[in-house]
Design a binder for this molecule. Structure first.
Ligand code: ASP
Length: 330
């Protein structure tokens, strides 16, 4: 009897393996894939995810890919949602540097960035811009600095929550200027830039993928880019770097990556990583990203293990800086 049970167990296990393999071979079997974006619709992470979804469709046999904006708490709500999702390849996550900063900043995370995700690869690197509301009198960085000094703490600086890219950039900006501002958190920088254009907040540091068209349309005032060299994108090429304006070595670029829940079958992960690689070589995708100031990844960080190593190194890089700043969230 015991033996029978044992045999049944072996058979069930074998069926399980067969089931997984068959599932992996069939993937994607026509069922839509959901990419969770842990920030608001219309913002930089959302845009990258939508462009990537478009470019990954073809190599994934034309499957439809839908975006689920699970925004809030500096990306930790959306990240947790994917960590708990069924690991079948139909729920993925596109997020950014927050993957590496939130483990240091949040005391009560319900997921582990190392053990709850399968790393699929890195997507791009995006510079940031410091922009102001159109009503600001300051027309360049020098005038902005004077205005900030006069305002003495009354400057409202938007961000996308603790651990977001805008939060990090804003912290660095305040520390370099030796000025304290009132920070206003949003669920993403799409609602923040809308409020900036409306004059409800004064300043925002955000990825060029969100600010380029607004700068071009003169709906916001640009004060500096966060790279050491000026950008080549036509709409951004005349904006001085913060470094050349006197904030020496001010440098922030924001990477984005693609992830799946831990336990997603290896053949499914392989198909997704292959599709990611095809997307990152897609001329339309590259053109669109470059037009918004982003650099599409073209190195070993597109490999899952290399991307994971890179994120671990980012945690080690940001950890001490964040701890020294003494900022935490529950
Ligand atoms: N740009 C945002 C950030 O500051 C995120 C977003 O809305 O995509 O992290």
């Amino acid at each position: 009897m015991k033996k029978l049970f044992a045999l049944a167990a072996v058979a069930t296990a074998a069926l399980g393996v067969l089931g997984t393999t068959a599932h992996a071979q069939a993937f994607p079997d026509g069922k839509p894939i959901t990419i969770v974006v842990p920030f608001a619709a219309g913002g930089p992470t959302d845009r990258v995810a939508r462009d990537l979804a478009e470019a990954m469709r073809k190599p994934l046999e034309g499957v439809s890919i839908v975006i689920d904006n699970a925004a809030g708490a500096g990306s930790t709500i959306g990240n947790a949602k994917v960590a708990r999702a069924k690991p079948d390849g139909y729920t993925l996550l596109v997020t950014h540097v927050g993957m590496a900063t939130t483990p240091v900043l949040y005391r009560k995370l319900t997921y582990n960035y190392e053990t709850d995700f399968e790393y699929l690869g890195m997507i791009n690197d995006v510079p940031m811009t410091v922009i102001g509301k159109p009503q600001l009198e300051a027309n360049n960085f020098k005038e902005l600095r004077e205005w900030i000094n006069k305002a003495g703490g009354k400057v409202n600086l938007g961000n996308a929550g603790i651990g977001s890219a805008s939060h990090l950039c804003g912290l660095l900006f305040q520390s370099e200027l030796k000025a304290e501002m009132t920070t206003v958190p949003y669920k993403g920088t799409a609602p923040a830039i809308a409020d900036l254009m409306g004059g409800q907040i004064d300043l925002l540091c955000d990825q060029t993928t969100n600010t380029t068209s607004q700068i071009e349309a003169k709906k916001v005032k640009p004060y500096g880019v966060t790279t050491l060299k000026r950008l080549s994108t036509p709409a951004l090429k005349d904006i001085p770097t913060l470094d050349e304006s006197g904030l020496k070595n001010f440098q922030v670029t924001i990477w984005h990556g693609l992830y799946a829940p831990k336990g997603t079958p290896a053949p499914v992960l392989k198909k997704l990583n292959d599709a990611l690689k095809v997307a990152l070589k897609d001329p339309e995708f590259i053109k669109r990203q470059e037009g918004l100031g982003a650099v599409v990844v073209n190195d070993k960080r597109v490999e899952p293990a290399e991307h994971k190593k890179f994120v671990q190194a980012e945690v080690a890089r940001f950890g001490p800086v964040i701890k020294a700043a003494g900022i935490y969230a529950d």
